[in-house]
Every structure is written in C-alpha cells, then in structure tokens.
Design a protein around this ligand. Sequence first.
Ligand code: UDP
Ligand code: MG
Length: 332
Amino acid sequence: MEKVELSIVIPIYNEEENLPILYEKLKNVLEKLGKNYEIIFVNDGSTDRSWEIIKEFSLKDPHVVGVNFRKNFGQTAAMSAGFETAKGEIIITMDGDLQNDPEDIPRLLELIDEGYDIVSGWRKDRKDAFISRTLPSRIANWLISKVTGVHLHDYGCSLKAYRSEVAKNLDFYGEMHRFLPALSKAIGAKVTEIPVKHHPRIYGKSKYGISRTFKVLLDLILVKFLLDYRTKPLRILGGSGAVLLLLGAAVLLYLVGIKLFLGQDIGNRPLLIFGTLFFLSGIQLISTGIVAELITRTYYESQGKRPYLIREIIRNQKLETVNRGLVEEKVN
Ligand code: UDP
Ligand code: MG
C-alpha cells in the first residue's frame, strides 16, 4: 500500500451546506500538491445530512475517510479521533465551516518542511463578532502566552499542521485542542505560526458562545500544571503544603507558649484559627501531592509512556532517528 504523506482532519457538526464546497476547495488544493493524501471527516453526532454527504464522498473518492461518532462528543474529541485515524506523516486540522481556507495549506507545509513540528495558523484579520468572540479570545491568547511561555497570537485557530509523531503524543481532554501547541512544549516540539485567511461563516451556525472563554481559562490552569509539574506534582503541592505546615506549626507553638508560660487565654484569638487552618491545609496539600505522584506513575506506566523523548541516537558511528518515549515505540 502506498504511504500516506498528508492527512487532513476535519471535525464536522452540522455542516451540510459547507461540506460540498469545502470538499471541492480541498480537492483543488490537494491535487495540485502532488502528495499522497487522505481527508478524514469526523462526524461529531450531526443531526443534519452531514454524515450522508461524507458517505457519498467516500464512496466515490478513495481519499476520503469518514469517522462517525455515536453522539456529539465535541470538537476536541473529534480531532483526537481524527489524529488516531490519520496515517499521514503530516496531519493538518481545520474547521469544516469554510472559515479556514484550504489555500493556506501549502504554506503550512513549507514550514513543516523547514523543520518545524507544529505550524499554527493566525487569523490576523478575524471575521467573527468582536465583543462575544474576538475580544475575549484576544485576552485569552495573551494570558495563555504568558502562562505557558509558548508565544502565539492565536491559539484558537483550528488550521494547524503537525508532524504526526508529535500530534499522536499529545493528550487532549475538554476544550484542549487549542492548547496542543503549548502542550507540545512538554515534548520539545518546535512551534511556529503564520497568518492565514479567515472568512465569515456563511452557512450554518457557530457552535460556541462566550461561555467557552471560561472553560478555556480552567483548562489553562490544568495546562500549566501539565507543562511544569506533570512529572513532579509533589514539588508544587508538597512545596506549598510544607510552607503552610511550618507556618501553622510556628503559630500554634507560639500560642502554646503563651498559654503555658504566660497563662493567657488563647481560645478567642484569631491566630488560633489561622494556625489550625494553615497546619491542616499543609497536611492536605502534602498528602494530595503524594497521591498525585502515585497517579502520575500510573499514568506513564499504564500507557507505556516515558517522561522523556529522544530525537536521535548515535550508535556504531551511525545516526539513528528514533522517537523513543513515544507511544508507538511500545510495539517494538
Ligand atoms: N464542531 C464539532 N463538534 C462540536 C462543535 C463544533 O465537530 O461540538 C466543529 C464544527 O463543525 C466546525 C468546527 O468544529 O467544523 C468549529 O466549530 P465552529 O465553527 O462552530 O467554531 P468557531 O469557528 O465559531 O470557533
Ligand atoms: Mg467557525
């Protein structure tokens, strides 16, 4: 069987009007590239004719792969299923609503060829409602950039290209797909961005509103944790726990001293409450940290993951490119 060079992954949730136009545009661009490609449509529980349309495409075109979810699991889940299905060396994700432009694909690929592992689109001239979408997303982008230390202008843009060994080693949950470039820092990926076109949505409705911003903020906390402490949760939890514990112990000792040596009443002193709270929270945090350490071990061991990634090894004077530490390596 011929090797697949390029996989396009597109989550689809009620995009029946957009699908035929998108398919035509994609075909146009992809045929010109001269690469062996596949287009993976992941139908995320659409209630319109989207899946029928995808089935029709795949019956007449062997390049089309259709994945049909049993219900609506969300865009991130759909992307995850797409990544798992993808056979290509390079994976490109995009929206199925024609807001991303397939014409940008060749430029993403050029940057991958230059050696980047992830190329992220930047909707420099974004065509979405300002107050409900563009403004919150600007603020979120600024915050994500500060917190994660991976500096992009537009994390939310779906149009991205990934080297597949990187894509397949990212974990995603919740609204996590926008954090993939940031999470990829944990495995040492080279990330860059380029401005891409963005079109207003013409057919169908956007599936999100402003509430997404809050979910994104919660995810950001998790991402920060995953990036900096995933292999050593005890450092942050136990560290802050130890500080509280010591502080609490000092306060309580001080109060005991007052009681024993000065004979004063301590029952009505606010400091007693603080001391007790600090002491107990300290114990709580340290135990949580220890539990988290155990869970971390289960996480790596159960999935055959390792807390490192090797790019190359030189042995017998020969350079081998390996991806040791990656999930796929388990089969060898
Ligand atoms: N989508 C999906 N499942 C969902 C919501 C959205 O697969 O639960 C798809 C949707 O069909 C589109 C892409 O994800 O292809 C982006 O969705 P949308 O255009 O609504 O998001 P926006 O561009 O408004 O951020
Ligand atoms: Mg859209």
